[in-house]
Design a protein around this ligand. Structure first.
Ligand code: UDP
Length: 359
């Protein structure tokens, strides 16, 4: 199969601004290449693919980024700036896509989804968020009524945000196991990983660390400066240990030393890459029973699922975190979320879409 991927128009690959999509795209490329498929990636200027994904052809496009939907009002209109990066990426993907079997879109945005209705080349979409925009959700609904197989989701609970979808195609996610080293560190510190932005609920994790009289290691890009400042001011010095945004190899080395990862999203997290990355290092996760993490974590086996927004519930589970066998965590990833498993699901889904266009 020859597949053209459209990356996120929010940030370049490697910037961290694109969130989990950046790692997901790289993992998928790696899995597709290993299966012998031909892959082109259309991505913003400065993007870099991971070492193992470099056999894919990278097409760089320059232009003005889109604004992330989760940081706009739900009822905002679509804004496409002059010199739009998104439109240039779509244009480029269609140009290359004429010679390919399918275009696979990772951008959660209007133009790329709308194009499905207007060209003969199959465009499939990996929807990376829950419903974060009225306009986009309605557009998905319109396109879905004509092309129900062109959409896939990371988790069932994410797809449930789109009420019109009855039997969602759920593809999970994939992680290159050899990039994550298992560590047996039952006495390590507490960790939190994510974009520092309101939907990620860092303050709840910091509260738990404070209650335990411990520091919380925080890895990730500060996407919302004023939110980060507010959280920093809320807690006394020594609670929040800002570690910055690290590349996967460095991140997993440090994350693997933690005795637990706290995951405290306030939104319907589509999947939660950081949860699986922690598990891959043997780190159990205490998360709110909400969004993707609630389908990933096996309560009592690979971590605990706390009552959403209940910090005391989080705290109570952290106190018993050492009951979790760290090897269970790694095993879950090996059995459920390798790049091979992920790429197999995506390939079988894309084959269905391609066949429909041929009939
Ligand atoms: N991440 C990273 N370095 C860091 C912190 C985070 O590479 O220091 C990456 C992490 O590997 C994950 C992504 O940021 O792939 C966050 O994805 P997630 O699905 O957890 O949340 P999203 O940002 O998509 O909402």
């Amino acid at each position: 199969m020859h597949i053209v991927l459209i990356s996120t128009p929010i940030g370049f690959l490697g910037s961290g601004k694109g969130g989990g999509v950046e790692l997901t795209l790289n993992s998928l490329v790696d899995g597709l290449l290993a299966k012998g498929h031909k892959v082109d990636v259309v991505a913003p200027n400065n993007s870099k693919l991971f070492e193992d994904s470099k056999k894919a052809k990278l097409h760089i496009v320059e232009g003005e980024e889109q604004k992330s939907w989760q940081h706009q009002d739900y009822y905002s209109s679509v804004v496409i700036p002059d010199n739009s990066l998104l439109s240039k990426m779509v244009e480029k993907a269609i140009y290359i896509g004429k010679e390919a079997d399918i275009i696979l879109n990772f951008s959660y945005d209007w133009l790329s989804i709308w194009m499905t209705l207007n060209i003969n080349i199959p465009i499939a979409h990996i929807i990376s968020m829950g419903s974060e925009s009225f306009v986009i959700s309605n557009l998905i609904s319109n396109v879905y009524s004509k092309y129900p197989n062109n959409f896939a989701f990371h988790s069932k609970i994410q797809a449930s945000d789109y009420h019109f979808i009855e039997n969602p195609i759920v593809i999970g996610n994939g992680f290159k196991l050899s990039d994550y080293v298992f560590q047996e560190c039952k006495d390590g510190p507490l960790g939190w990983v994510g974009r520092v932005a309101p939907e990620k609920g860092l303050e709840d994790a910091a509260y738990v660390a404070k209650s335990l009289g411990e520091k919380l290691n925080v890895w990730g890009i500060v996407q919302d400066e004023s939110y980060a400042l507010k959280i920093d001011k809320m807690f006394s010095k020594g609670i929040l240990e800002w570690k910055g945004f690290l590349e996967t190899d460095k991140l997993q080395k440090e994350l693997g030393t933690c005795r637990a990862l706290l995951n405290t999203p306030k939104w319907n997290e589509a999947y939660g890459n950081v949860v699986v990355e922690a598990l891959a290092c043997g780190v159990p996760v205490v998360a709110y029973k909400r969004g993707g993490p609630s389908e990933i974590i096996e309560h009592g086996k690979t971590g605990y699922l706390a009552e959403p927004d209940n910090k005391e519930s989080l705290l109570s589970y952290l106190k018993i975190i050492n009951k979790i066998e760290r090897k269970n965590c790694r095993e879950w990833v090996e059995n459920n979320a390798s790049t091979n498993i992920f790429a197999s699901k995506v390939v079988s889904w894309l084959n269905t879409v391609i066949k429909e266009y041929q009939s």
